[in-house]
Design a protein around this ligand. Structure first.
Ligand SMILES: Cc1cc2nc3c(=O)[nH]c(=O)nc-3n(C[C@H](O)[C@H](O)[C@H](O)COP(=O)(O)OP(=O)(O)OC[C@H]3O[C@@H](n4cnc5c(N)ncnc54)[C@H](O)[C@@H]3O)c2cc1C
Length: 214
């Protein structure tokens, strides 16, 4: 989310200065780098909700992004499997929901039909969702980093945000601009602290810093 937001900002407002503060030595060390790698297409969400609309549009945009950056991905479809009668009833609701969300090619499969697709699957029935896929999310993270940097943004690693005192987009832009002006990299965390104390009381990102404001 942080990297994707930074990328969008740079596309929408060319020329602005954007810095992503990352507490780890590398981006993608938490959820995004360790999730199931599924490209979701909105099956589970309430029809008409923002989440449903974003999922449908999001998978299209993600597939486009992956093709552009040669990121391994595949719209291979997915089976949602019901292991008992209660789950089969819930699956019927998912089917209706998916259709209401505009998903194409949804199919209800019995046990034999689903085993033609995946012979080792257990369960009594399945829903085939052809529009879903898989992707290498760590590769997505690295592509986002490269694109952000090519658009003039920067990822500052080992920079933990410890608190935000005032949230205002103008202040945020001013803050990252000032850190760039004072661009001695080894002092960046201290400098952001100085800005926070001195000028805007906006953020304090490194509580261990002992450097006094100039
Ligand atoms: C088990 C599981 C499986 C999932 N499977 C899928 C899936 O298949 N498909 C899918 O689309 N979604 C899946 N998700 C959801 C998806 O992974 C998350 O929605 C997504 O990764 C969230 O991205 P994020 O950028 O918000 O968080 P993260 O990827 O966790 O990134 C947050 C970043 O912020 C940094 N950070 C945190 N605190 C600070 C701080 N104080 N200062 C500076 N930096 C900080 C972290 O180091 C990290 O790099 C899954 C989630 C889980 C839990």
């Amino acid at each position: 989310m942080g990297l994707a937001t930074a990328r969008q900002l740079l596309h929408h407002y060319p020329g602005i200065t954007v810095s992503v503060l990352e507490k780890e030595p590398e981006p993608g060390q938490h959820q995004t780098g360790h999730n199931s790698g599924v490209l979701h297409c909105g099956l589970y969400y309430t029809p008409g909700s923002l989440k449903a609309r974003l999922a449908v549009e999001g998978i299209r945009q993600m597939a486009e992004f992956c093709s552009l950056h040669n990121i391994p991905h595949e719209i291979c479809g997915k089976l949602v499997v019901a292991t008992n009668e209660a789950e089969a009833t819930r699956m019927e609701k998912l089917y209706q929901r998916g259709k209401a969300n505009g998903l194409e090619g949804l199919e209800k499969l019995d046990q034999n039909q689903m085993r033609e697709i995946e012979p080792h699957v257990g369960g009594i029935a399945a829903l085939k969702v052809p529009q879903e896929g898989i992707v290498d999310y760590p590769a997505v993270v690295m592509a986002l980093v490269r694109e952000i940097e090519s658009l003039g943004g920067q990822i500052i690693t080992n920079a933990k945000v410890n608190g935000l005192l005032l949230i205002a987009i103008i202040a945020a832009i001013t803050l990252v601009h000032r850190t760039q002006v004072n661009s001695k990299k080894q002092n960046i965390t201290d400098q952001i602290n100085v800005q926070a104390k001195d000028r805007m009381r906006f953020a304090s990102i490194d509580k261990k810093s002992t450097k006094e404001p100039k």
